[in-house]
Design a protein around this ligand. Structure first.
Ligand SMILES: Cc1ncc(COP(=O)(O)O)c(C=O)c1O
Length: 440
């Protein structure tokens, strides 16, 4: 990839871009919501389509000069419906996942309506009603959780739904490694006349590759980011399924007017073209193969970490991610020490978390990026060794709420320039260099 113009015109920005590209190439990305956009997607994103204002929808724009943009958006919509058979309407304009979810509330709820979603600390997303999000401030959000074994507690979901009768129920997660029981959620939603909204941001690629049950026969509305496991540009889509026909024939119109003019103005046309390009890539033969490998790699990583003595929430995974418990609220230490070793992952709460999202007892990992670089089960074993080795180096550090400032400061001092961690970093770089991110 060359950025010759940028290099000439703005060396300072160019240098920063090169620094980040080198960081990505040199290290191992284990954050499950990250992956690698193809060069075609990157070309679409860097195109002059960003020059154009196009508020409105195909055939109904406010400004002129949008004939080609209309064709681009129609292409993205048609491919979205093809990728999720059984959907009758697709809106590809949301700027990202959070605005897409807010657009759903805005389409079907009034302020202070009761809604239901899983508690953030149990693995769901902030936008499903968490108190720090506008969705928890402007709606009366009831939160459900997981059983101690890490699986969804459907009895509790049903009990809470009957007690509070939410207008809308969210299903979908940001840190849940098991298959999502869409049919059971639909039965609960139907029993109280609620909308079922599936936020499949993390697993939409699995659904397209038929490696996870599709929410299409069950949910009324589906939202998904386009940049997580799919290798797509940052963005989101809202899909309306055939299930809406009985529930609310006006739903597609409500969704569209909720996105524009309800929440957004001009769509990001370069993003729309990149979504169309990425949707086209899902129709190519390697797409399914690669996605199955992502799951195989996640299972291999879970097994390897178990062998090293880590407890994996639910003992394994059905998808691309896994959660490992790190005792005594050591999530933050693991994240920072692994960062020093060139491995990026994130600290995460675990079911029945005894601490907070800031100092949690788990780490969350995923295999999309590594798999897209060509790594397989053998490399996952090596990655598990790196994680285990770093864990040993920092094993004497445990978190204490009362002494947190002092402990974190001395921990940072300890890992900075630590010889053992530097040694692991060299091995990480060696592995990464065998699997370049961008190659022809
Ligand atoms: C399940 C889920 N929904 C929505 C979002 C929000 O997406 P964005 O970061 O694009 O706003 C996320 C992001 O982590 C997510 O995991």
């Amino acid at each position: 990839m060359d950025f010759d113009h940028l290099k000439k015109t703005d060396p300072e920005s160019y240098a920063l871009l090169m620094k980040e590209i080198a960081r990505q190439e040199d290290g191992l990305e284990l954050i499950p919501s990250e992956c690698i956009a193809s060069l075609s997607v990157i070309e679409a994103l860097g195109s002059p389509l960003t020059n154009k204002y196009s508020e409105g929808y195909p055939g109904k724009r406010y400004y002129g000069g949008n004939e080609v943009i209309d064709e681009i958006e129609r292409l993205a919509i048609a491919r979205a419906k093809m990728a999720f058979p059984g959907t009758v309407h697709a809106n590809v304009q949301p700027y990202s996942g959070s605005p897409a979810n807010l657009a759903v509330y805005n389409a079907v709820c009034e302020p202070w309506d009761t809604t239901m979603g899983m508690s953030l600390t149990y693995g769901w997303h902030l936008t499903h009603g968490w108190k720090a999000s506008a969705t928890g401030k402007f709606f009366h959000a009831i939160l459900y959780w997981l059983r101690p074994d890490g699986y969804i507690d459907l009895d509790e979901v049903k009990k809470l739904a009957e007690e509070h009768r939410p207008k809308l129920i969210w299903v979908g997660a940001t840190a849940y490694s098991r298959a999502i029981p869409f049919a059971e959620f639909r039965a609960i939603a139907d029993s109280i006349g609620a909308y079922l909204v599936a936020d499949i941001s993390h697993i939409s690629w699995l659904v397209i590759a038929w490696a996870h049950e599709s929410p299409v026969p069950h949910a009324h509305i589906i939202t998904t980011t386009t940049h997580k496991t799919l290798g797509w540009p940052r963005g989101a889509m809202i899909l309306v399924t055939e299930a809406w026909v009985e529930k609310d024939p006006e739903l597609p119109k409500k969704i569209d007017s909720s996105v524009f003019p309800g929440l957004q103005w001009g769509p990001h046309n370069h993003q729309t073209l990149a979504i169309a390009v990425a949707l086209g890539e899902t129709m190519k033969p390697h797409f399914r193969e690669q996605n199955y490998q992502i799951v195989k790699n996640a299972k291999a990583l879970a097994e390897a970490l178990k062998w090293h003595g880590f407890h994996i929430v639910t003992e394994g995974t059905d998808n691309h991610l896994l959660l490992a418990e790190v005792w005594f609220w050591r999530g933050i230490f693991m994240q920072e020490a692994l960062d020093m070793a060139g491995i990026s992952l994130n600290k995460n709460t675990i079911p029945n978390e005894s601490s907070s999202p800031f100092y949690p007892s788990g780490i969350r990992m995923g295999t999309p990026s590594l798999t897209m670089r060509g790594m397989k089960e053998e490399e996952m074993e090596q990655v598990a060794w790196f994680i285990s080795d770093v864990n040993h180096v920092i094993q004497d550090f445990t978190f204490e709420e009362e002494r947190k400032k002092e402990i974190i400061a001395s921990f940072r001092e300890f890992i900075r320039g630590n010889v053992e961690i530097q040694g692991i970093r060299k091995e990480v770089q060696k592995l990464a260099s065998r699997f370049p991110i961008y190659h022809d």
